[in-house]
Design a protein around this ligand. Sequence first.
Ligand code: PEP
Ligand code: MN
Length: 352
Amino acid sequence: MIIPKDARLTAEQDTELEAITGEFDIHLEKIVGDHRTVYAMMGDERHELLITRLEGLDYIDRVDTIQHAYKLMAKDSELAHHKVRVNGSVIGEGFKVIAGQCTIDPKNPNYFYETAHAVREAGGDFLRGGVWKPRTSPHSYQGEAKALDILMEAKARTGLAVDTEVMDAEQVTLAVEAGVDILQVGARNALNYGLLKEIGRQIRNRPTCVLLKRSMHMGKIDEFILAAEYIAALGNPNIILCPRGTVPTMDGYRNHPDESITLLLKERTWAPVIVDPCHSVGKAVYVPFACMAAAAYGADGLIIETHVEPLRGIGDDPKQAITPDVLAKVISDSRAVHELQRQHHQQLAQSA
Ligand code: PEP
Ligand code: MN
């Protein structure tokens, strides 16, 4: 819909609008109201250049499009029935939990092996372990490839599929070739389109899955979905969306909790949603509550930082990793909350 600034356009402006939209095979329907005239665009209105050219006209207030810029990730796209599988298990069926250390400490691999077993015992489905870490300071521990061997050894010992963050093309290659099941794109890289394309290229013919975090700087929901579109466009749509908190607008939590966007994501895209409560609230004692909130909003699962001895961990673990006994309760309680929200959706659907 094209909304002009003034109530009526001049005949010359009308002709110019028709000429521009015509170039994009769009037919204009003039809607003449008592007080103003607006213009409906009939045809594929997703051309970015069309929108920018219309918005560039000084007599146009704004252009509202009904169709989304994303073609593959949209709820009604040809991929609407695509099932995202990790190691045979479908994300979006039941409530899946990825848990494990923020950071693998290569000096203390036994902590990671113990954590991995504890995740399995607690009812976790997949294991996370940070091999390479995006750190604010270049002097902080950055991760190292040796930790990848520890991650893969834990996979062999527990049988759990594994998740780790990748930040450049070389790390993608190393992780994919080692057999990492879920490549995590961190909040700092969710807007790194070069990396998203590189991942898309490297996983094109593989069963590898991507857990795409929401950048703390993303405003619009569609910006998040379009980042996923970058990967899907290269052929592998095994993508999970992961809200993890945005830049805080108040003091207290590490980031501004955003698990509630799960409902909005689910209205717009078919992609499963796994919420990260740890980087959102940033403190272990808050994490169980954020987990249940995510389940209540209908998330398909959680990614949780867990450590057998959080205070002996590195990276984020000392402040925001929960212990395995807390994890076990969080998993069963979140699954119960998830079931309750499912019943609410069913009731709403029946009464509609
Ligand atoms: C992490 O998962 O440890 C991490 C660095 O997450 P984020 O990218 O959300 O900050
Ligand atoms: Mn972390």
